[in-house]
Design a protein around this ligand. Structure first.
Ligand code: PM9
Length: 461
């Protein structure tokens, strides 16, 4: 008798509340897509069947988190939930000081304003859209110092999020250490395909930066997913707990920006955390201008409570194994039918390689934007472009930047979709792949000034 395949990543929860999904016809979707200017960000959520746009704020909270929402202390100042969150951040991330923000970009705004002077450089392991924009708005120039393998969707390097130390050293030599505002280190690297950074690399970056008195700021948005990859891929960490790996990762940085909407299993929330008292004083002062008082930073007490509880759930081994296991399941199924995706499979998403999927389209015909639109048309599944539209224009020349990676992200919200949904997704991708030669590209007909991917509009060529 043939043996059943083992399902080691089965979900460590059962479902208590459900939300109905709406299916639509192809004709309906054709119209909806046209009205949305072929931009999946402009679709109405009610017109989407399986929503893989993002894992940001789309997670299912646990009964324990919902119970915590009822304990929201909505005092303007000194909310109990702030102190709980502060205690949890100290325990699991290890930083001394906490400033809550409404979401990750609130924290990016504060740290950029505090540490960047006009003319400074900010090296990092590949740009992220909101992070880079805040660095530029503060007068800085982002410089990508990630390893070359990160730009190659077929490289099997286990830590494609690593910083190339020689690129970093070269930049410091060229501009001088006093012109480096800080090193920004993302774990995992979203735009590279959810790829992790190794502990050894984090240690080396910290050593190089600290020798020259340069600060390291970690983007800890998906650091718990990164910790899972360190545990499963980096020799010596097999028996360490996710919580301990996370603490060690954070110990190699001076501060972190955090979007709690990802790892921390909430629908809204973020924070800036740091060890330096002076930076804390400035952040605490600035947060009242942009976000809210330093004990709520734009969040309700109940949101802080949900995030405090979410931290503890997020570091559980069975949770993280199931979360990444689901993404791997989809990625492996797609690989088995010859679909070009970024390998190794990332933590939060499977990334289709639109350049190899639609090789007949030029980059200015927006292959990834086109593929995301086609997937929606085919199946009602919503995904996100991560290619030339997301990369935007050069802040100095105003020209398009042409990223090597032209990707469509199938992003999995945590604890939301079932394995049957995963199978529907792979079938939909296969159906578009079967008719890929007939797919025509797009032209951009409206382009907003900032973060154009959110609101740009397109027409079929
Ligand atoms: N990431 C995502 O879908 C949501 C917005 S798309 C621009 O992947 C990192 C690594 C992120 C991130 C958001 C933020 C900003 C910072 N760093 O969205 O402001 O992936 O909470 O976080 C999105 P907020």
């Amino acid at each position: 008798m043939p043996k059943l395949e083992k399902r080691a990543w089965a979900e460590p929860f059962k479902i208590k509340v459900v939300e109905p999904l709406r299916m639509t016809t192809r004709e309906y979707r054709e119209q909806a897509l046209k009205e949305a200017g072929y931009n999946t960000f402009l679709l109405r959520s009610r017109d989407v069947y399986i929503d893989l746009l993002t894992d940001s704020g789309t997670n299912a909270m646990s009964d324990n988190q919902w119970a915590g929402m009822m304990l929201g202390d909505e005092a303007y100042a000194g909310s109990e939930n702030f102190y709980h969150l502060e205690e949890q951040v100290r325990k699991y991330y290890g930083y001394k000081y906490l400033v809550p923000t409404h979401q990750g970009r609130g924290a990016e705004h504060l740290i950029s304003q505090i540490l960047i002077k006009p003319g400074d450089f900010v090296p990092g392991n590949m740009y992220f859209t909101t992070t880079r924009l805040h660095q530029e708005l503060a007068g800085g120039t982002f410089v990508d110092v990630i390893v070359d393998e990160a730009h190659d969707s077929e490289s099997l390097h286990p830590f494609k999020g690593n910083i190339d130390l020689s690129k970093l050293a070269h930049l410091i030599d060229r501009v001088g250490a006093d012109k480096i505002a800080y090193v920004t280190v993302a774990a995992t690297v979203n735009m590279a395909g959810g790829q992790p950074i190794s502990m050894q690399n984090l240690r080396d970056v910290r050593d190089m930066a600290h020798r020259l008195d340069i600060k390291v700021v970690l983007d800890a948005t998906r650091a718990i997913e990164n910790a899972y990859f360190i545990k499963t891929r980096e020799p010596g960490f097999e028996t360490h707990s996710i919580a301990n790996i996370l603490l060690e990762m954070c110990s190699y940085s001076d501060a972190c920006t955090m979007s709690g909407k990802k790892d921390l299993l909430v629908n809204i929330g973020g924070f800036l955390a740091m060890n330096d008292r002076e930076i804390f004083e400035e952040a605490r002062n600035l947060v009242v201008v942009y976000e809210g008082l330093h004990t709520y930073g734009g969040l309700a007490g109940r949101d802080m409570e949900a995030m405090a509880r979410g931290i503890e759930e997020a570091v559980q081994e069975d949770h993280i194994r199931a979360r990444i296991g689901q993404v791997e399941y989809v990625g492996e199924r797609l690989l088995s039918i010859g679909i070009p995706i970024v390998v190794p499979i990332g933590g939060h998403a499977v990334f289709l390689d639109a350049k190899r999927f639609l090789p007949h389209l030029k980059q200015l015909e927006f292959p990834a934007q086109t593929l995301a639109a086609e997937l929606y048309l085919e199946s009602g599944i919503r995904t996100m472009e991560r290619g030339i539209v997301s990369a935007g224009r050069d802040s100095v020349t105003g020209e398009h930047t042409f990223p090597k990676l032209e990707l469509v992200r199938l992003t999995f919200p945590r604890r939301v979709y079932t394995q049957a949904h995963c199978d529907v997704v792979t079938e939909a991708v296969e159906a578009v792949h079967d008719r890929r030669h007939d797919v025509r590209g797009l032209q951009m007909v409206y382009e907003p000034k900032y973060l154009r991917f959110f609101q740009a509009k397109f027409e079929r060529i």
